[in-house]
Design a protein around this ligand. Structure first.
Ligand SMILES: Cc1cc2nc3c(=O)[nH]c(=O)nc-3n(C[C@H](O)[C@H](O)[C@H](O)COP(=O)(O)OP(=O)(O)OC[C@H]3O[C@@H](n4cnc5c(N)ncnc54)[C@H](O)[C@@H]3O)c2cc1C
Length: 442
């Protein structure tokens, strides 16, 4: 089916649902990277099927611009752009995150210290509104709606296609791993690298209280030998044992995918080489792992609470303060560190809250993937949310949220969100953002 035909069909389906006043959510072809909470009533909502929206519509190698449907995965996108020696400016590390999901939710990766999130490279969105109208928005046209789509989590309109910038690529990545034994030296070294911009890629992994590693990468044209981390070998374990490493660029982008960062640590046999060799194709990879966790979600109800899986953005000024609290209260490793610079405060953030964030528009993503949360008297997700708020940071909405409406709307701009909602989804076909993330059965 051609894009225009898909768009027409989607618009009429949305109109039908709007007439029937049936609140909806939607389903893409690839898995969702929001954390399954077995008690979430969203699982029962009617779904609009977006699975056919997964094609590239155009790559213009001269202008270095791509137009693609919202459900294309970053893996497929990178395969296509690399044929022109080009890549997107932000490539989330899990293969099946989609470009629509990256804009509607969040996207952070090792180029974010230069380019911010994927939405920062976008030039235009095509959307289907909650009343079934097709609209185009860009920095020049309907700018406030263009800005509102970032972090809207499917609550304003459906993104159907996106136009975005590409940058030149080389074939390989040379990695250098620099280890520090205390948080002060680590932060100083990391900040210097961020400011100097002397590498193409920067992220980090904290392994324990004494092992802090910065992972630095540069694109190169040749490589003496290549590593692969999509099968038996585990990327995050290689980092502590090596000082340098080489990968193809595509291998580098998805280096964390096989283990969904390190969620496999919770199931030790999945980290054993013979098991990875024989059963890897059924269990390894973020898509397999997320599908399994969804299949097992009824069993997971046995757990008091889901594990903590969340990214939190901390103003860089509070890096050490947050880490020291984390070490004392969470003491859970590995911990993924991703520097993220933005040009100006994002419009989804309330103006007063934004003033208290980073003076240099530099935040650090602390990604906590898999902390068990079963203690009777302490909910780690909740104390994390409180601490992040206290330090003027932002907890992404991808897993459990505990905010009162008052606190939520101190962080998020109610004025701008409501203005976009009344224009894009006046009859409330999609849940509003506060309800979507707080309306749980318990
Ligand atoms: C375990 C885990 C690891 C992660 N690792 C990374 C990482 O390495 N790098 C990174 O950048 N991010 C990471 N994330 C965060 C992830 O990028 C975001 O959650 C992102 O929003 C997921 O996009 P998706 O394509 O999977 O969409 P989904 O998870 O399906 O959807 C995310 C939100 O966007 C909305 N949405 C999706 N498609 C559309 C559309 N077409 N139009 C309107 N709204 C839409 C959905 O309604 C939903 O609210 C991780 C998340 C998890 C749970």
């Amino acid at each position: 089916m051609q894009h225009q035909e898909k768009l027409k069909n989607l618009a009429s389906e949305v109109k039908e649902k709007a007439r029937a006043k049936e609140p909806v959510t939607f389903r893409k072809k690839s898995v969702s990277h929001t954390v399954p909470d077995p008690k979430d009533p969203r699982f029962k909502k009617k779904k609009i099927d977006l699975s056919s929206f997964d094609q590239i519509l155009e790559i213009d190698p001269e202008k270095k611009i791509c137009r693609a449907e919202s459900g294309i995965t970053f893996y497929d996108l990178v395969q296509a752009t690399l044929k022109h020696n080009l890549i997107p400016m932000t490539v989330p590390e899990l293969k099946t995150i989609t470009i629509g999901g990256a804009v509607s939710g969040c996207s952070v990766e090792s180029m974010s210290f230069k380019y911010g999130g994927f939405h920062d490279s976008c030039l235009e969105y095509e959307v289907v509104t909650g009343t079934g109208e097709v609209m185009h928005c860009s920095p020049e046209k309907n700018n406030h709606l263009f800005e509102a789509m970032h972090n809207s989590f499917g609550t304003l309109a459906i993104l159907t296609s996106l136009t975005f910038k590409l940058i030149p690529a080389k074939s390989f990545v040379k990695m250098e791993y620099v280890s520090k034994d205390n948080v002060g030296d680590y932060w100083q070294f990391l900040k210097e690298r961020i400011d100097e911009r002397d590498y193409d890629f920067i992220d980090g992994i904290v392994y324990d209280k004494n092992t802090f590693v910065v992972c630095l990468g540069n694109m190169v044209d040749t490589a003496p030998a290549l590593s692969s981390y999509s099968g038996e070998n585990i990327f995050h374990r290689s980092v502590v044992n090596l000082q340098t490493d080489y990968m193809t660029l595509a291998e580098y982008f998805f280096r964390y995918d096989a283990d969904c960062h390190w969620l496999t640590n919770a199931i030790p046999p999945l980290t054993w080489k013979p098991i990875r060799k024989t059963l890897g194709k059924y269990f390894l990879g973020s898509t397999n792992l997320i599908k399994w966790s969804k299949r097992l979600r009824h069993a997971l109800k046995m757990k008091k609470r889901p594990d903590v899986v969340v990214d939190v953005f901390i103003p860089h000024e509070n890096f050490e303060k947050f880490y020291e609290w984390y070490e004392k209260e969470f003491d859970f490793y590995p911990l993924w560190i991703v520097p993220y610079r933005y040009n100006q405060p994002y419009p989804f953030v309330d103006d007063d809250f934004a003033k208290g964030m980073s003076s240099e528009n530099l935040i650090i993503d602390f990604a906590i993937y898999g902390k068990a949360n079963n203690q009777p008297d302490i909910d780690y997700s909740e104390i994390l949310e409180d601490k992040v708020y206290e330090l003027n940071g932002i907890k992404t909405l991808i897993s459990r949220n505990h905010y009162s409406p008052e606190r939520f709307w101190k962080i998020y701009s109610k004025e701008r969100y409501s203005a976009a909602k009344s224009q894009l989804d006046p009859d409330g076909l999609f849940a509003d953002i506060y309800t979507k993330f707080h309306n749980r059965t318990s």
